[in-house]
Design a protein around this ligand. Structure first.
Ligand SMILES: NC(=O)c1ccc[n+]([C@@H]2O[C@H](COP(=O)([O-])OP(=O)(O)OC[C@H]3O[C@@H](n4cnc5c(N)ncnc54)[C@H](OP(=O)(O)O)[C@@H]3O)[C@@H](O)[C@H]2O)c1
Length: 322
């Protein structure tokens, strides 16, 4: 079978499609024929050698990709929730990679994909949906009538966090560049703030939840301070990447009796992706795809993703569905 491997860290061109051994599923795993995978920030971060947390875990040569959609081809002896031929979506075993024709993964990391979606559409969801679901639904426990602000609402995670909050009855404000305002309104945003020209703290206050899905960690420290300031007493700030609180941040949190929660921790993938599939098949949430590339053009796809201005998701098509 073919898979993308990197033999060195670096520019997008280090990704090569090569011939590798097809994996054999362990008793608790399924073998999936992969039709599509999406591009996530983790992919280019790993391709470049990783951040501080990841660096010690990366061993070359290695695969890339953290989510996929495809067909169950083989079942491990202990797997009962799937049968051969099922259309599934989910996340591979940690750091195994999903830019590949076949992958073997723990069966509880996959779920039946939404009936109404193609493989390309379903592949746009798992990694971002688990972060958005975990942060907005499981951690923040968003409720009808609450006021929610989503930073980075046009991105992979943000576009789903916004839709989940709306599906649960909240009023949602999203931040994005001006050209994405109409797009966010179509997704259901009640209000859109152009973060390039407007300060959200001049416009909103007394929020129940602020969900930070910006990919720009350079603005993080300042953004999180400003975010806690617009929370109401007892409000919740949800992060999609690590927060190392300094004294000023801790004092602000204490003054507001506010909580910081990290999305993506303790996820039951099967449950989360099954719930997301229900919302999608009910027409309440939709995946957003800005571009599908054949996986031979993974380097182009990574360059797009690294701009940090992709609307929704970029998908790599690995095998054609027809
Ligand atoms: N994807 C995952 O599975 C995953 C898992 C764990 C952690 N994370 C982390 O979560 C963050 C978001 O991930 P993602 O996959 O959603 O990223 P993404 O899809 O690459 O985010 C792109 C979006 O970010 C918006 N954006 C860029 N700078 C912004 C700013 N300063 N303020 C507000 N919006 C801004 C852009 O909107 P405009 O073009 O409108 O400016 C664009 O639509 C990243 O830091 C990532 O490392 C992601």
């Amino acid at each position: 079978m073919k898979a993308i491997r990197i033999y060195e860290f670096g520019e997008p061109e280090v990704m090569k499609i090569v011939e590798v051994e097809r994996p054999v599923p362990a008793p608790d795993e399924i073998l999936i024929k992969v039709y599509a995978a999406s591009v996530n920030p983790a992919d280019y971060i790993i391709r470049k050698g990783g951040n501080e947390g990841l660096k010690p875990l990366l061993k070359l040569p290695m695969g890339l990709g953290i989510d996929a959609a495809g067909i169950v081809e083989e079942l491990g002896s202990e797997v009962t929730e799937f049968k051969k031929g099922d259309r599934v979506y989910g996340v591979p075993n940690y750091l195994d990679g999903s830019y590949t024709e076949y992958l073997a993964a723990k069966s509880n990391q996959f779920a039946h994909m939404p009936h109404t979606l193609s493989f390309n559409e379903a592949a746009a969801l798992p990694a971002c949906a688990r972060m958005a679901w975990s942060g907005m639904v499981e951690k923040a426990r968003v409720k009808p009538g609450q006021l929610v602000l989503v930073h980075g609402a046009a991105g992979g995670i943000g576009s789903l966090a916004l839709q989940f909050a709306k599906a649960f009855g909240a009023n949602v404000i999203g931040t994005a560049s001006a050209h994405n305002a109409d797009f966010l309104k179509q997704l259901g945003a009640d209000e859109v703030i152009d973060y390039n020209t407007q300060k959200f703290e001049d416009i909103v206050s007394d929020l129940d939840v602020v969900f930070n899905a910006t990919p720009t960690t350079t603005v993080d420290e300042e953004l999180r301070l400003r975010s806690v300031k617009v929370l109401k007493k007892g409000g919740i700030f949800v992060c999609t990447h690590g927060v190392w609180p300094n004294e000023e941040f801790k004092e602000l949190l204490a003054g507001k009796n506010a909580t910081v929660l990290m999305a993506g921790v303790d996820i039951n993938h099967y449950h989360c992706l099954t719930e997301v599939a229900r919302l999608i098949d009910a027409g309440k949430v939709k995946p957003v795809i800005s571009k599908v590339y054949p996986w031979e053009q993974a380097a182009k796809a990574h360059r797009d993703s690294e701009t940090k201005h992709v609307r929704g998701k970029i998908v790599l098509e690995i095998q054609n569905e027809d």
